[in-house]
Design a protein around this ligand. Structure first.
Ligand SMILES: [Ca+2]
Length: 330
């Protein structure tokens, strides 16, 4: 692209206030800082490790930096098993019961997480500043912002631990509201939880525990324990170029459903929703003041316990983080 917004600011000072947490301790601007909230989920305490500052990689692996080139996967109408069986008693199994059958209308979902290049296109087209693309709550939150607070090229998540984002890395540092506005501009919406989980897990007859199958394999996604130098996972503790783990694709062909970045879903979180949700095209509970958005899939910052397709996490919609992005549904 000939016209590009280039922001190459080392952001260590600004982000040094970020609480180290892979789920819900996102940086929050002082302008919108809310009263202190308890972390939603505890995360493992990580050992101190200094990562090398990678050179900017040539973003030529996949032509993903234009919205017109976004690859969408067609998901046919049908039913699938959503949630976690009662027999499962492992990590992060709360609020995923009962496992239940859900019927969805046909839809398409991004093969990859939305990239930084695609988000730049949205901004350059004027979408970020157009009220029509924002929810009422989102527009109110946006205020005078002209760009996300932390989508910069150089992500510094701890002093000495820095990684670099190219146009073909997933966008990070965007709130639920900013992800929602992008999707509206792109003619779609964030995945509902059901759409996300169906695309991540369903083989046609069986809900995989992980996108690729039922057995954890750290080399099939970008997570704390993988050693895939192509993806840049373990070596550098950073996002990877989208699509760097093709062997970890879901049965429907979506990539990085597990790992790389957590993904915002459209639904708002209520703990017992699965016991009352409609059987057809569930859209989640209604938004209320204090509602939290759903996150799915784990990230480069989390370990094995976060990657089951049925696992649910949640976070306030004005949070953003260096391991939090999203995917488009139309
Ligand atoms: Ca992901």
């Amino acid at each position: 692209m000939s016209k590009r917004i280039t922001i190459a600011v080392t952001f260590i000072a600004a982000l040094s206030v970020v609480v180290l947490c892979g789920v819900c301790s996102a940086a929050q601007s002082s302008a919108t800082k809310a009263p202190a909230r308890r972390p939603v989920k505890a995360v493992p305490r990580l050992p101190v490790k200094v990562a090398p500052n990678l050179p900017v990689e040539a973003a030529t692996k996949l032509p993903l930096n234009l919205i017109s080139q976004m690859e969408m996967i067609s998901i046919p109408a049908g039913s699938f098993d959503m949630g976690t069986p009662d027999s499962y008693t492992g990590d992060h199994n709360l609020n995923q019961h009962p496992q239940h059958s859900v019927t969805l209308s046909a839809y398409t979902i991004g093969k990859y997480e939305v990239t930084r290049g695609q988000y730049i296109e949205f901004m350059e087209a004027g979408g970020y500043g157009t009220k029509a693309y924002w929810s009422t709550a989102g527009w109110s939150w946006k205020g005078t912002r002209s760009k996300p607070d932390s989508w910069i090229v150089t992500q510094a998540w701890k002093e000495g631990q820095i990684f670099t984002q190219t146009d073909n890395h997933p966008i990070v540092g965007v709130t639920y509201y900013e992800a929602e506005a992008f999707c509206n501009w792109a003619g779609g919406h964030l995945p509902t939880e059901a759409q996300w989980e169906r695309a991540a897990s369903w083989t046609g007859t069986h809900a995989n525990v992980y996108p690729w199958g039922d057995v954890w394999d750290a080399e099939k996604c970008n997570n704390l324990d993988d050693h895939n130098s192509a993806g840049g996972g373990y070596q550098y503790w950073q996002t990877s170029l989208v699509g760097s783990y093709p062997s970890g694709a879901s049965p429907s062909g979506c990539q990085d459903m597990a790992g790389n970045v957590f993904e915002w879903c459209k639904d708002w979180y209520v703990s017992d929703y699965y016991s009352q949700s409609p059987a057809n095209d569930p859209q989640g509970p209604a938004f209320e003041s204090g509602s939290r958005g759903i996150l799915r899939g784990g990230s480069w910052y989390t370990n094995a316990s976060y990657f089951r397709c049925a696992s649910r996490f949640f976070c306030y919609p004005d949070h953003y983080n260096y391991d939090l992005g999203f995917r488009l549904v139309r």
